[in-house]
Write a protein that binds this ligand. Sequence first.
Ligand SMILES: [Ca+2]
Length: 319
Amino acid sequence: MKPISIIVDCDPGIDDTIALLTAFVSPELDILGITPVCGNQPLDRTVRNALQVCELGGRAEIPVYAGCFRPMLREPIHGQFHGKTGLGNTVLPEPVKTVESMSAVDFLIEALSAAAAKGERITIACLGPLTNVAVALRMKPQIADGIERIVMMGGAYRESGNRTMTSEFNVLADPHAAHVVFSSGIPIVALALDATHQVMLKPEHVAEFSRVSGRISETLAELMAFWDRNDVRRYGSRGGPLHDPLVMAYILAPHLFETEKARVFVEYESELCMGQTIADWYGKSGLEPNADIVTKVDVEGVIAFFLERLSRYAEKAAA
Ligand SMILES: [Ca+2]
């Protein structure tokens, strides 16, 4: 089967690192580029982290294009659970690999226009604020013809928010960009907190990941241990929700997920509810659905999926 052409738009970030490491050992994917954006960390950090993760994963040949320095209109906000560098307490070697000179927005426009011209389509995995994709769409809306679909982590529908009472971090960080993307007509699969809060990465899972993952085992265990929120009141157990990696699981193993169609609206005016995502589940707006929202996750299946994928690092070392 022909591999899925994919661009990974991200803001690494611990969970983005796990997502990237999973994508790197998945031959079903042809990763055309990685486009870090300002999000969990300022842009210089997310770019450096992306370069380091490419080297850690043995995929230094994948080009990294630096994205937008800031959200479209709002002041930047950054993640609270990723430590000082964005990778917890993990210190990776300084990257030898360098960032491409072309910007992420130019790369998106070029790659998607080229795909559209050939009648091909590229999947975009969005693991951070949607600034890069929104700016590219504002500059050249025709790139939508080169997008197969956007599979994104972001939003909170029946769940309440994580960064504020109403809002999830990736959408809150750039609600205007999210509005542009949800208004674009591009097919969207949304993995919101409704999905990610179902998948808790618990200390016993971390031990298991560390056992199977060969040469990246130490780094992975350190990263994942940093993820333990210890917020039992909210999540019902120790550990932390496995947010952004679920995008890769969805693309590679969609049978582990159930979705419902809805029209999604993004609040970008109210300070109280800034970044809230609202789903019209029952056709109240009179508008057609614009997203498939993941409502149910096969949790054991997803954990087993990631264990199998990341165990490939052990095989790679042995090969
Ligand atoms: Ca992220």
